[in-house]
Design a protein around this ligand. Structure first.
Ligand SMILES: [Zn+2]
Ligand SMILES: [Zn+2]
Length: 144
């Protein structure tokens, strides 16, 4: 999705949910969009500080939390960072495909894949919490 189109639909998405994409939240989302892949909170914080002189860490973390709650970003615990969700109209678990060569990240809806894993875990009475799975490999461009 193109950046402007993305931001527009993100704004509309928040409105539908009854919350507001404030200027700061929007700027944080824009900064995350500028990275091609996983973004760490401290990178966004550093960018914002460069821009504004000061930016309090809790403010940035709260903005990131907000974006995760609204389904605009996915938190990727395994990589200690965030990725942009490209289909935020549906809430879903995702597979985060990370290229080990170039660092490019692609996100897929985990839907069916995780259902099978959950069934297997359920067989030993283990409840898997909702989560995003990180899978390492090589992207199309790198193995071409
Ligand atoms: Zn997503
Ligand atoms: Zn690659």
């Amino acid at each position: 999705m193109e950046r402007d189109v993305y931001l527009q639909s993100a704004e509309a998405h928040c409105e539908r949910l009854g919350c507001k994409l404030t200027a700061l939240r929007r700027r944080v989302l824009e900064l995350v969009l500028e990275y091609d892949g996983v973004v760490k909170a401290y990178q966004v914080l550093a960018d914002l500080q460069k821009e504004r002189g000061v930016a309090a860490p809790p403010t940035v973390y709260r903005a990131l939390d907000f974006l995760v709650e609204q389904g605009l970003l996915h938190r990727v615990d395994a990589l200690n960072g965030f990725v942009v969700c490209n289909h935020f109209e549906c809430s879903h678990e995702s597979l985060i495909l990370v290229c080990e060569d170039c660092g490019r990240v692609e996100e897929l809806d985990a839907g069916q894949g995780l259902a099978a894993v959950r069934d297997a875990a359920g067989a030993v009475a283990f409840n898997i919490k909702p989560q995003n799975l990180v899978l390492a490999g090589t992207c199309r461009a790198c193995h071409a």
